[in-house]
Design a protein around this ligand. Structure first.
Ligand SMILES: [Zn+2]
Length: 285
């Protein structure tokens, strides 16, 4: 478990869119109503993933958790558009060692320092990933690995690490071992971040957590047909589904996934079409 207290982090392991979206109340509400509320940001970084959780610190600021950084320097521009007051991010997470998720964290650490850097603990023979781990040792106060069962807590905010468990770590390829996080905001909203996991891991998540429903789902693997199992999407029943995707040769997002999300009545946001989205997590009615 990571406990975030103010700016001190203690670790216990076991396009530009400035109109905030609101869950529940109404979309495009004035900025004034978003003060002091937790929020999540889905960045347009091209073909790749980058998200941020912003947890209110009670003094008008936020404790920030960056999840992945896309493949290049775009994340630095996206973060500067968010007007983060100091070049410091409380927790930086690389969900798994695929370049479209961690590549941007290398230039990020030229500019930003971090309280904690967290990876999934999987070592790969990639010089850029090794360089990232070495850089994080210097630029973050602490480097850790996150596994299923770990938690991050700050005030009323809570993040449960659902994956990877041992089985996911043993699976073939890097995608299934990605860090999957369930963020439960102090306002009672739930956001599920699924990295690039495939259908088998999605199915195991709903077996392990049969009551899991969410307000927002970060759709796995950029809308690949190998992810977004129908049973999983119907079970977690997101109100909003976010697909992080850019120009690519993989056919992401696939029509199967788009049709499935549409049939499940989720509002669909795509970072290639709708650019960066910040969603305010207002109080669950
Ligand atoms: Zn990816």
């Amino acid at each position: 478990m990571i406990r975030l207290e103010k700016r001190q982090v203690a670790v216990i392991l076991s396009g530009l869119f400035f109109l905030d979206l609101f869950l529940g109340v109404s979309f495009f509400s004035p900025q004034i109503f978003s003060d002091g509320l937790p929020r999540v940001v889905f960045f347009d970084v091209g073909q790749g993933d980058a998200e941020m959780i912003e947890m209110p610190d009670g003094e008008g600021g936020f404790v920030r958790i960056l999840i992945d950084g896309g493949r290049d320097r775009k994340i630095i521009d996206r973060l500067s558009e968010q007007t983060i007051p100091t070049p410091y991010i409380d927790v930086v997470i690389a969900t798994h060692p695929d370049y479209d998720h961690y590549g941007g964290l290398l230039p990020l650490f030229d500019v930003y320092e971090a309280g904690v850097f967290a990876g999934n603990g999987v070592m790969v023979e990639k010089s850029t990933y090794k360089k990232l781990l070495a850089t994080a040792e210097k630029k973050a106060k602490q480097s850790i690995s996150l596994r299923a069962g770990d938690k991050i807590r700050y005030r009323e905010e809570r993040i449960d690490i659902l994956m990877p468990d041992i089985q996911a770590l043993r699976a073939k390829g890097t995608n299934e071992a990605g860090i999957v996080m369930l963020y439960t905001s102090g306002t009672g909203r739930r956001v599920l971040f699924t990295a690039d996991i495939g259908k088998e891991t999605e199915k195991r998540i709903i077996e392990k957590y049969p009551d899991l429903t969410v307000d927002i789902l970060k759709v796995a693997h950029h809308g690949s047909r190998n992810s977004s199992a129908e049973v999983f999407v119907k079970k977690v029943a997101p109100k909003v589904a976010v697909i992080e995707v850019g120009k690519n040769n993989y056919g992401h997002p696939t029509s199967e996934v788009l049709e499935l999300l549409a049939s499940s009545d989720a509002l669909i946001y795509r970072t290639d079409l709708h650019k960066t989205k910040r969603i305010v997590l207002d109080i669950k009615p």
